[in-house]
Design a protein around this ligand. Structure first.
Ligand SMILES: NC(=O)c1ccc[n+]([C@@H]2O[C@H](COP(=O)([O-])OP(=O)(O)OC[C@H]3O[C@@H](n4cnc5c(N)ncnc54)[C@H](OP(=O)(O)O)[C@@H]3O)[C@@H](O)[C@H]2O)c1
Length: 221
């Protein structure tokens, strides 16, 4: 059982909280407006059957501090607000995507000089950022779970510069119900950004590998 701190309580934060609770992990959920605004959501998640883990609302700072493993799932434009010190030494899952119409233009991304995950890694230099859950619709994180060994099991891609962190996130993804394709370092994460063939596709591992291999840098966000 792991305490997972989630920064961002929207579509993805809520879906991940649901799956983590079902797997028996404890969740600390946060947003930008404060824990009191999450009371109804947290009560609803806690009342689900057969929820096995515990959940509470907190500030982003407190969720980061409580986390044994953290998730950042917010609009990319807000990434500089993610607390740095309480996430030092921790694995941080990054679900974020770059949508210029929502996030404003970010020159390094428009010019393909970096990836959105590398921006978060720069902001959190003492953390091990792992890109994950960025290419699946929020509802599917709950609806498309299936046990290991299921034929055509839905697969998710991860990327990260720290191999041990990737291994840890890979185990979590398998535990909650998905196969895994490991892209290696964060610099490769563009292969699963918006605009690429694997983004949003309902792929099993073989299909996802083919989509990742066929991705073109100019098509990615
Ligand atoms: N929706 C999807 O299906 C999907 C799929 C894959 C990836 N993504 C990506 O995942 C990220 C989250 O998407 P989403 O759809 O879950 O977004 P969303 O529904 O708009 O929710 C965003 C959440 O982030 C919180 N937030 C914003 N700024 C924050 C800050 N500085 N500190 C703490 N929390 C903050 C918001 O809190 P307040 O409401 O209090 O401001 C809200 O709870 C985005 O980058 C998105 O592109 C989304």
């Amino acid at each position: 059982m792991t305490t997972i701190g989630i920064i961002g309580a929207g579509h993805i934060g809520t879906a991940l909280a649901t799956t983590f609770l079902d797997a028996g992990h404890d969740v600390v959920l946060s947003n930008s407006r404060g824990p009191e605004t999450l009371a109804g959501l947290v009560a609803g998640l806690a009342a689900r059957e057969p929820t096995r883990g515990s959940i509470r609302a907190a500030t982003a700072e407190d969720a980061a501090a409580a986390a044994e493993l953290a998730v950042v799932t917010i609009p990319l434009k807000a990434y500089r607000n993610v607390p740095v010190a309480p996430l030092a030494g921790k694995v941080v899952i990054d679900t974020n995507n770059y949508y210029p119409q929502r996030d404003g233009a970010i020159a390094e991304l428009d010019e393909h000089r970096t990836t959105s995950a590398q921006l978060l890694q720069q902001h959190l230099p003492e953390s091990a950022v792992v890109k994950a859950f960025n290419h699946i619709q929020a509802a599917q994180i709950v609806d498309r779970r299936s046990p290991a060994g299921t034929a055509s099991r839905r697969a998710l891609a991860i990327a990260g510069d720290d191999a041990a962190a990737r291994t840890r996130v890979a185990a979590l993804i398998d535990e909650i119900g998905f196969d895994l394709v490991d892209l290696g370092p964060l610099a490769e994460s563009w292969r699963i950004e918006p605009g690429t063939p694997g983004y949003g596709a309902e792929d099993d591992a073989d299909q996802l590998r083919a989509h990742l291999a066929g991705a073109r840098r100019d098509d990615a966000a």
